[in-house]
Design a binder for this molecule. Structure first.
Ligand code: IPM
Ligand code: MG
Length: 360
């Protein structure tokens, strides 16, 4: 089969890690008889430099027309880069929000898996880790505070700012369905996270999620307040299977979730909507301080490409093959600097890509 992939290298380490992911995809193409056709799309800081805006209409159109989108990372150093003296709607991150909204990608899946080989990188105590943990944060991605009206103004000589947190029941229902569907393919537990003791959107969220759960009698639903959830992720991450939550809470909890695995450089993510078109990106950022130094870990991007094969193209065997190759390379002791520990072999971005390709 032929698949067209819009590739967004982006900023910082983005181009390096994308190069490795493409190497892996090309090898998969050879092995399984597929052709992946890449169209490069500008987004983020590089797009600002070239066009004045973080995502042009043409770039969005190209992404819309493709079968799927693979993204490296966008953004620069907030303190140093000129991009951050621009108005907020013209900064690199605005491109990311615009492509999520423009492609209707309301469901963001962020797995938090403790890889056996990397247990020593986990910051939690052994008795907490136990036999390891494996959960996924399902984050609503196109609503809530990120997309509500906002303004900064002056009133009676006082500077004020307002952000609006809005959800309607349809937005809640569709992401809740995703969470239950995913739980059905995993350990059949959804923990819906909100702040229903204080805010109205959360009270509505809780009601609607409960209604949706009626259609999924074999999935266990629990509710948890977001502050408690932040604590439970470090206290007992094993308790979670699927964490379902709104945009802002999901942003925060997914960073925490990836940190407790000790290997943010390993975690992939997928953003999906009502069609097969998805956006796949590593959970980490653009790491401008190590950009261009062959130090970045390409595994999260390579595993994102595997998620793309699995979710957008239904190429299960191909996706498994990438994931197994990654595991084998880790078993053989190859490590980039972020996951390096004593007794293993330190390798760069490019070498890590080569070792993974060699296992395919
Ligand atoms: C993420 C990032 C983005 C977000 C930023 C860069 C806008 O933190 O993907 O989690 O908040 O969604
Ligand atoms: Mg974030």
């Amino acid at each position: 089969m032929n698949y067209s992939i819009a590739v967004i290298p982006g900023d910082g380490i983005g181009p390096e890690i994308i190069t490795e992911a493409k190497k892996v995809l090309d090898k998969i193409g050879n092995n399984f008889g597929h052709k992946f056709q890449y169209t490069e799309v500008l987004m983020g800081g590089v797009s600002i430099d070239a066009t004045g805006v973080p995502l042009t209409d043409e770039a969005l159109e190209t992404a819309k027309k493709s079968d799927s989108v693979l993204l490296g990372a966008v953004g620069g150093n907030v303190g140093q880069s000129n991009w951050y003296s621009l108005p907020p709607n013209l900064r690199p991150e605005a491109g990311l929000l615009a492509i999520r909204k423009g492609l209707g990608l309301f469901a963001n899946l962020r797995p938090a898996v403790l890889f056996d080989e990397l247990k020593s990188a986990c910051p939690l105590k052994d008795e907490i880790i136990g036999k390891g943990f494996d959960f996924v944060v399902v984050r609503e991605l196109t609503g809530g505070l990120y997309f509500g009206d906002r303004k900064t103004f002056e009133e009676n000589g006082l500077r004020k700012a307002i952000d609006t947190l809005v959800y309607d029941e349809n937005e809640i229902r569709r992401i809740a369905k995703w969470a239950f569907e995913i739980a059905g393919k995993r350990n059949k537990k959804v923990c819906s996270v909100d702040k229903a003791n204080v805010i109205d959107t959360s009270r509505l969220w809780r009601q609607v999620v409960k209604e949706v759960s009626a259609d999924y009698p074999d999935i266990e639903l629990t509710d948890m307040l977001v502050d408690n959830c932040a604590m439970q992720i470090v206290k007992d991450p094993k308790q979670f299977d699927v964490i379902l939550t709104e945009n802002m809470f999901g942003d925060i909890l997914s960073d925490e979730a990836s940190m407790v695995t000790g290997s943010i450089g390993m975690l992939a993510s997928a953003s999906l909507g009502d069609t097969k078109l998805g956006l796949y990106e590593p959970s980490h950022g653009s790491a401008p301080d190590i950009a261009g130094q062959n130090k970045a870990n390409p595994i999260a991007t390579i595993l994102s490409a595997a998620m793309m094969l699995r979710y957008s193209f239904d190429l299960t065997e191909e996706a498994d093959s990438i994931e197994n190759a990654v595991k084998t390379v880790l078993k053989k002791g190859y490590r980039t600097i972020d996951i390096m520990s004593e007794g293993n072999t330190l390798v760069g971005t490019k070498e890590m890509g080569d070792y993974i390709v060699a296992e395919l």
